[in-house]
Design a protein around this ligand. Structure first.
Ligand SMILES: CC(C)(COP(=O)(O)OP(=O)(O)OC[C@H]1O[C@@H](n2cnc3c(N)ncnc32)[C@H](O)[C@@H]1OP(=O)(O)O)[C@@H](O)C(=O)NCCC(=O)NCCS
Length: 204
């Protein structure tokens, strides 16, 4: 609101418009570009708002977009999983959760990643999905993981193969084709600072 009023004043002061109605017409006609974040922070979720935005994003992707779940995709695994998030930053400040994944230990040393999702508008922006996978595996590796697996939706197998995952078997889960895949831990050195995570730049 403050920015809007400053912009209005600047436009009026500089003679682009002489009245509020002229300003409003001006505003409609000028094709201002939509702001695109240039920097993202991928980290373990540590704050309540980060977790609630991550769950909302999962509902948007897995309930609305993919129709896999009716209203909510949360399950018992969430009670023992660590959420990981990708935050879009504006002027260096975290602004919005635009990606998420969760990890959990299923048996001693055996970890799984699941519910990987990137907001539709932020896919192919700056390797968000790849960096979420990276932090998922490297942070588990730092806390005793010897095997890291995921049930990957089959359309995403090429993404995981590029990231040094191998296929263990094909399977059908909730009526959809999946592949059980395993990360090559040699390519994912332990990350000891998952709450700070990784900063990445947009490629655009
Ligand atoms: C799968 C998903 C998480 C990928 O996120 P993303 O942020 O777009 O992926 P990235 O930008 O990190 O991709 C890294 C690279 O892999 C490529 N890639 C991404 N998804 C791919 C796919 N399904 N097949 C092949 N290549 C893929 C990207 O083009 C990019 O290539 P580049 O390095 O040449 O630019 C995202 O598409 C998504 O949320 N999909 C809907 C939910 C979903 O399918 N979840 C996964 C369940 S297993």
């Amino acid at each position: 609101m403050l920015m809007e009023s400053n912009l209005c004043t600047a436009i009026l002061d500089n003679g682009f418009a002489s009245s509020l109605s002229e300003y409003l017409t001006f505003k409609q006609e000028v094709p201002f570009a939509t702001y695109t974040p240039v920097e993202y922070l991928v980290k373990w979720a540590t704050l309540p708002w980060e977790e609630s935005e991550a769950y909302q994003l999962r509902r948007d992707v897995f309930c609305e977009e993919q129709g896999i779940f009716a209203e909510d995709d949360r399950d018992a695994t969430d009670d023992r999983a660590q959420l990981i998030i990708a935050l879009a930053c504006i002027a260096g400040m975290p602004d919005q959760v635009v990606g998420t994944v969760r990890i959990h230990e299923d048996a001693p040393g055996l970890w799984y990643g699941s519910r990987l999702a990137v907001h539709e508008d932020f896919r192919n922006q700056g390797k968000l999905g790849a960096t979420l996978i990276k932090l998922a595996v490297t942070s588990a590796n730092a806390i005793g993981c010897h095997t890291f697996l995921a049930h990957v939706q089959s359309q995403n197998v090429p993404l995981f193969r590029r990231l040094h995952w191998s296929i263990l078997k094909e399977e059908t889960i909730l009526g959809r084709s999946h592949h059980l895949m395993q990360a090559n831990l040699d390519k994912y050195p332990p990350c000891l600072t998952p709450q700070s995570g990784f900063v990445i730049q947009s490629k655009h």
